[in-house]
Design a protein around this ligand. Structure first.
Ligand code: GDP
Ligand code: IMO
Ligand code: MG
Length: 422
């Protein structure tokens, strides 16, 4: 397999974890390069469901190496919980996991500030996962962040934390919130450090050595294109570059070592949290929720659902340089009698073929739809493209054509076997 960046082409939860797990068979190393435990990547193997937040989805395949790169923000206590949870289920986590010494830490005051800022915004809230992601990236940009290389040196960490506690407690106090107990935080974080220390290394050097020896890299994007801090529906976004470029800055692997960008998209659209969503459709949301689908893997919140938005995926193809696409959750539309695809927006009487940057303008955009007849047959047992009903084949081909990239994978269920390679 060529070195591949896998990126979400919508608003996250496209099924990246499932596709990563499928592709890891052919890769050597799976790399996370941005985001944190706001991500929830679901993998189903032999009827067993795993949800990964910080650990790359390659961990479930033996003899593959997983790297948490410099661009990820790590909540160490949460990461230890994830490692222990996997070990309890018989998944080996040892030399197969490497953590960047340059990755920034999420601290309890980041989580508190995340919650406070959301509460203060009231109706205008972002609807974050409240994992402290925004405030942690704020500290990184403000150059006041603490990193893995600090955490693993107890004397350094305790000094730096005490300094940070002073500023953050003053900030919390000014917001009318009780100051946090620095001693308790130090104790928890040093305990986590003791578990994580053996995994911490210079992952940039590791990845370059691996590239030199011909190893194949698979970058596991978190979130999705329209949650990108630069290219998403700001301010209703996350705080990292979720688009393909983020994989390079967040890992130290240069762009010319990347051979392929694979965009993952659902056969419809979902979004969790607030913000504009032109093709949102209550009827489709209700139908999918009634089937027990589309509840968040991290927070359990019901995802908002809508029709496939080709204006958005075309834009995603452009920004990420998507060569190939994987369409997931096609089976979610099996019982929908007539299926809509948004091909353009109408804004103040004018036709638009790209999403406007201003969130108020995007919220006013009316989707222009083409309608296709549904196939009204189950697709979940299909194993070859030719097993799919003709209308389902036509539908996915249309999505690829409108997005402007090669259709290479179709997914018709959460399990590994429910994946069709074209
Ligand atoms: P991620 O964040 O992009 O990894 O996606 P999530 O795991 O948050 O959400 C995707 C959901 O869809 C999970 O519950 C997956 O198990 C599930 N899933 C992925 N692909 C398919 C598919 O083709 N069909 C069905 N029915 N479920 C799928
Ligand atoms: P995966 O990797 C879907 C959303 C939140 C909120 C916004 C900001 O599983 O696709 P944050 O906590 O990051 O500050 O929240 O981004 N969000 C996601 N939505 N999938 C995700 O990750 C998400 N990670 C964050 O709901 O709207
Ligand atoms: Mg998810």
């Amino acid at each position: 397999m060529p070195n591949t960046i896998l990126t979400g082409a919508q608003w996250g939860d496209e099924g990246k974890g499932k596709i990563i797990d499928f592709l890891t068979d052919e890769a050597d190393i799976v790399v996370r390069s941005q985001g944190g435990n706001n991500a929830g990547h679901t993998i189903v193997i032999g009827g067993e469901k795993y949800v990964l937040h910080l650990i790359p989805s390659g961990i479930l395949r033996k003899s593959k190496v997983c790297v948490i790169g410099n661009g990820v923000v790590i909540d160490p206590v949460s990461l230890v919980g994830e490692i222990e949870g996997l070990r309890k289920r018989g998944v080996a986590v040892g030399k197969n996991l490497l953590i960047s010494d340059a990755a920034h830490l999420v601290l309890p005051y980041h989580r508190e500030l995340d919650g406070q800022r959301e509460a203060r915004k009231g109706k205008g809230k972002i609807g974050t996962t409240k994992r402290g992601i925004g405030p942690a990236y704020c500290d990184k940009a403000a150059r006041t962040g603490l990193r893995m290389c600090d955490l693993i040196r107890p004397d350094v960490f305790s000094k730096k934390l005490a300094e940070r506690m002073r500023e953050n407690n003053a900030l919390l106090k000014s917001l009318g919130v009780r100051p946090m107990n620095g001693k308790a935080i130090l104790k928890d974080y040093l305990a986590a450090a003791a578990v994580l220390r053996p995994f911490v290394t210079n992952t940039v050097v590791y990845l370059h050595k691996a590239l030199k020896s011909g190893k194949q890299l698979l970058f596991e994007g978190a979130q999705g294109t329209f949650l990108d801090i630069d290219h998403g529906t700001y301010p209703y976004v996350t705080s990292s570059n979720t688009t393909a470029g983020g994989a390079c800055t967040g890992s130290g692997v240069p762009p010319h070592r990347v051979d392929c960008v694979l965009g993952v998209m659902k056969a419809y659209t979902t979004r969790v949290g607030e913000g504009p969503f032109p093709t949102e459709d209550k009827g489709l949301s209700d139908a999918l929720h009634a089937m027990g689908r589309e509840f968040g893997a991290t927070t359990g919140r019901a995802r908002r659902c809508g029709w496939f938005d080709a204006v958005a995926t075309r834009y995603a193809a452009m920004v990420n340089g998507i060569d190939d696409i994987a369409i997931t959750n096609l089976d979610g539309l099996d019982a929908v009698p007539s299926i809509r695809i948004c091909t353009a927006y109408k804004l103040d009487g004018k036709k638009l073929d790209y999403p406007p940057v201003d969130p108020d303008a995007l919220a006013r955009c009316k989707p222009v739809y083409v309608e296709m007849p549904g196939w009204n047959k189950p697709t979940d047992k299909a194993r070859k493209f030719s097993d799919l009903p003709p209308r389902a084949r036509e539908y996915v081909k249309k999505l690829a054509e409108l997005t402007g990239a090669r259709l290479s994978i179709v997914s018709i269920g959460p399990a590994r076997a429910q994946t069709i390679r074209l």
